[in-house]
Design a protein around this ligand. Structure first.
Ligand code: NAD
Ligand code: ZN
Length: 346
């Protein structure tokens, strides 16, 4: 269930009041601790005791060491099975907090209060939790639903522009895979800022929620959410491995350009639609220099992708704006041509 919070957080307070929790643990990173926690604590009304768990900010923290530290702290603080974890942050916090909660003592309750555009529209919804392993993204994780998701769009006011733009990539993706009208509305945005995106958050969240409700365990239609992510994740992983991490949405934007062109090469999408999509994605995102990455580097990662079965590289690709097909096996030549197409866009 997704709830848009009032300014006094009354829905959250009702939820805390009605639940029979023993104690609350609020997980934040250093930025959400500074920018979002004061608003949460200023509005939260509960008789329950609470503890703040803070981690450093960044994707590099989404690993087993951090998870282990959090499990240890929960143990030291005697968290029992009725404890509630509140994940206050972006996708790193909701992925990490959901993972820690769903594994500790075989599962504690947790709620998500996403604070980035990306986590509001995407990461906090759908019950995928997880951590990275070596340089592979989200290699270890669980499917575990939060009890509730509470959205407070005003948290976006302190979000840096690059982070806002990163989340916008997932919104564009939602339009491309499921709702042409949403895409049409989004590309009318000329100046990307909080005011421009705020009225589109609900639609984007609903698209994700609808898809996930139809196919929680990603057996079929949920795979469409991976559009742009097969090549996008490979680029994101290679940048991370090189010590130059890029934002998830930046990688997804590059991945969507490659996979849109691939959709055209595979004769699924018209040339006209493909060019229109690529031209518009490029309006918002600077070119990512992928010249250091060889096709072999990229294929090694594509072959390790969690979405593959039978050693085939499976893609989710567009057949028109608003329609996505999944489990599409592409020719290696076309994948290389799509990567070369991106390299030449510089
Ligand atoms: P993030 O959590 O790292 O947040 C981005 C940055 O913004 C961080 O530095 C954070 O401290 C800061 N921040 C957060 N809220 C803020 C605020 N209100 N004001 C100022 N600063 C703020 O990253 P993200 O982009 O939200 O999420 C990316 C992660 O989400 C990736 O690990 C990705 O794999 C994951 N993800 C998961 C799913 C899923 O379904 N589980 C879907 C998409 C992405
Ligand atoms: Zn994503």
């Amino acid at each position: 269930m997704i709830t848009l919070l009032n300014d006094n957080f009354s829905q959250l307070n009702n939820f805390l009041h009605e639940g029979s929790f023993s104690k609350i643990f609020i997980l934040a990173d250093e930025n959400t601790h500074e920018y979002c926690l004061p608003t949460l604590l200023g509005n939260m009304e509960t008789d329950l005791g609470f503890e703040i768990l803070e981690i450093e900010a960044g994707e590099e923290m989404k690993n087993i060491q951090t998870a282990n530290q959090l499990w240890e702290i929960l143990t030291e603080m005697q968290a029992d099975r009725k404890a509630l974890i509140i994940n206050l942050g972006g996708g790193v916090i909701t992925d990490m907090g959901g993972f820690v909660a769903s594994t500790y003592k075989r599962g504690l309750s947790f709620i998500n209060i996403p604070t980035t555009l990306l986590s509001m529209c995407d990461a906090s919804i759908g019950g995928k939790t997880g951590i990275d392993l070596m340089h592979y993204k989200n290699m270890v994780g669980t499917f575990a639903l939060p009890e509730q998701i509470f959205i407070y769009p005003k948290f976006l006011e302190t979000l840096p522009f690059k982070e806002l733009r990163s989340g916008f990539a997932e919104m564009l993706k939602h339009g491309l895979i499921a709702d042409k009208t949403h895409w049409d509305h989004l590309i009318q945005i000329h100046k990307l800022d909080v005011e421009a995106v705020i009225s589109h958050i609900r639609t984007s969240m609903n698209i994700k929620q609808d898809v996930v409700e139809k196919d929680f365990h990603e057996k079929n239609i949920r795979k469409t959410l991976n559009f742009g992510h097969t090549i996008g994740h490979a680029i994101e992983s290679l940048c991370l491995e090189q010590g130059n991490p890029i934002l998830h949405g930046e990688a997804v934007a590059a991945g969507m350009i490659c996979e849109t062109h691939l959709s055209y090469l595979e004769e699924l999408l018209s040339k006209e639609d493909s060019e229109h999509i690529i031209e518009n994605i490029r309006r918002y995102y600077p070119y990512l220099d992928v010249s250091d990455f060889s096709n072999d580097d990229i294929f090694a990662l594509l072959l390790n992708d969690k979405k593959n079965a039978d050693s085939r590289i499976n893609f989710s690709l567009l057949s028109e704006i608003g329609t996505c097909i999944f489990d599409h096996h592409c020719s290696q030549d076309n994948i290389i041509t799509a990567l070369d197409f991106y390299r030449k866009l510089i």
